[in-house]
Design a protein around this ligand. Structure first.
Ligand SMILES: *Cc1c(COP(=O)(O)O)cnc(C)c1O
Length: 461
């Protein structure tokens, strides 16, 4: 299987090259040249497979022999060994809906499902091909901790994560800074999240620095992150469908960067009978507006109780756009240029009709999010985190939907307390977290300071 760029100007790459590179040279995102298809006979067998066995089936055609099956199976087993639930991503019946719990990994958010796998993949390719990797990223909370836990202690990998000093929740901060492995370096920037992003961009733009230390990224543009997320769509479907290979389901997906929901779209293209994907956003509703109007227009980011979805430009949306435009890289380049220059673009009406064939969308406000947490607690005794609540609210009126639960409620205890008057009980990974020893470097919000700190650290290590 070869991988191509959504902007159509980069040569195609192998799976290993795609994973190690992250972003294509022409600024586009990688996609496989084609998708494997799982027919009814194959799908019927899925209900008898464990999460790990199904993962092997789903991943195998994409890896396409670049990792021998035995190695891939062992890599999958190790990636999910740290999950606290035997089903890895269990389904729970709540009212007339299913909750797909994706938060049983080490940092209690769904990003663990992909980043635990990606960390193992990086390590595998580095051990096989030699060399090392220096991961650099900025976080507003969830991604940083999941990335750190994905690569902690991994050979040949160092990670530097910037977070805005004093501006992430105490739990989020401690999930990062209490990881004391030698290869993990937390930097608290004296600024805001955007400063961290700007610094990371600047350092990636410094070609000499980038190449010397082999800088790599872990944000959701990496194809392997999407790939790992396809597994739980297939797994959840198999648990609901049992032995009926044509059983259709609806998924409701709380969405920010369009990464998670794009994995659902790919699952459908691979044969999983998904009738519809409900795209659920908070007040940062650029994607909902697109699904309703066909126009993609950026706006101001407003803070909400579901902060991991406070996004106004969704990087993974470009992948969907590429397919929507008939796999046309030139069309994507034009639209991205329009977005940069005019802050918006629109898709032609015949393309827009296709959007409605698979997606519906809803933006859910703050009061409704909290009300949903409260009602679900009162009616079912189940506590939703605020991101999950957005997806559950958007699925209101569906006779049956599978709602993706993207975080454990204890991770966002403040919002839960606002809704129900008490904070959720802390699960084991969070107990005592605030008292554990921590390590973090506080630095001014400029690229030179971060570069200096990194060079000093890397030269010693
Ligand atoms: C990252 C995140 C999301 C949004 O996922 P995307 O892939 O960006 O759409 C939703 N909920 C939580 C808890 C997250 O951490």
């Amino acid at each position: 299987m070869r991988y191509i760029s959504t902007r159509g100007l980069s040569p195609s790459l192998s799976f290993a090259e795609t994973v190690m590179k992250g972003l294509a040279d022409d600024g586009g995102l990688f996609l496989p040249e084609s998708y494997p298809w799982f027919g009814p006979g194959e799908r019927r067998r899925w209900s008898g497979l464990s999460f790990q066995e199904l993962a092997l089936e789903i991943l195998r055609p994409f890896v396409d022999g670049e990792i021998p099956d035995g190695d891939l199976a062992s890599l999958i087993r190790r990636a999910y060994a740290g999950f606290s639930h035997p089903e890895i991503t269990p389904l729970v019946r709540v009212g007339n809906q299913w909750i797909l719990e994706l938060f049983h990994g080490p940092t209690l958010a769904f990003k663990d499902v992909a980043l635990q796998f990606l960390g193992r993949l990086f390590e595998y390719f580095l051990q096989r091909d030699g060399g090392f990797l220096t991961i650099l990223g900025a976080t507003s909370g969830d991604t940083g901790s999941a990335a750190i836990h994905g690569v902690r202690g991994r050979e040949r990998i160092r990670i530097f994560i910037l977070h805005p000093h004093g501006r992430v929740s105490p739990i989020q901060e401690r999930q990062m800074t209490t990881v004391l492995d030698d290869n993990v370096h937390n930097i608290a920037i004296q600024g805001v999240f955007d400063d961290g992003q700007r610094i990371v961009k600047e350092l990636f733009g410094d070609a000499e620095f980038r190449d010397r230390w082999r800088l790599g990224a872990v944000n959701s543009i990496n194809w392997a992150r999407i790939l790992a997320q396809i597994i739980y769509y297939a797994h959840a479907w198999s648990r609901v469908a049992g032995e009926d290979p044509e059983r259709e389901v609806v998924f409701s997906v709380p969405t920010g960067n369009f990464g998670d929901i794009f994995a659902g779209y790919v699952a459908q293209r691979m044969g999983v009978p998904i009738r519809r994907l409900i795209l659920a956003t908070n007040r940062n509703d650029i994607l909902t507006r697109f699904v309703h109007s066909g126009t993609y227009r950026t706006g101001e980011v407003v803070p909400t109780v579901s902060p991991s979805m406070d996004i106004q430009v969704s990087s993974n949306f470009e992948r969907y756009l590429y397919h929507l435009m008939g796999d046309d890289g030139a069309a994507v380049r034009e639209m991205m240029a329009a977005l940069n220059q005019e802050g918006e673009f629109a898709v032609p009406s015949e393309k827009f009709a296709q959007v409605a064939g698979i997606f519906t969308a809803r933006a859910v406000g703050e009061a409704e999010t909290l009300e949903r947490i409260r009602r679900t607690w009162q009616e079912s005794g189940y506590l939703l985190d605020p991101h999950t609540a957005v997806g559950v609210a958007a699925a209101e009126g569906e006779s049956e939907a599978i709602c993706l639960a993207t975080a454990h409620p204890a991770k966002f205890g403040d919002a839960v307390r606002q809704a129900v008057g008490f904070e959720p009980e802390l699960p084991p990974p969070l107990v005592g977290l605030l008292d554990k020893p921590a390590r973090c470097q506080i630095l001014p919000a400029d690229a030179a300071s971060v570069k200096g700190f990194m060079e000093k650290t890397l030269t010693v290590g």
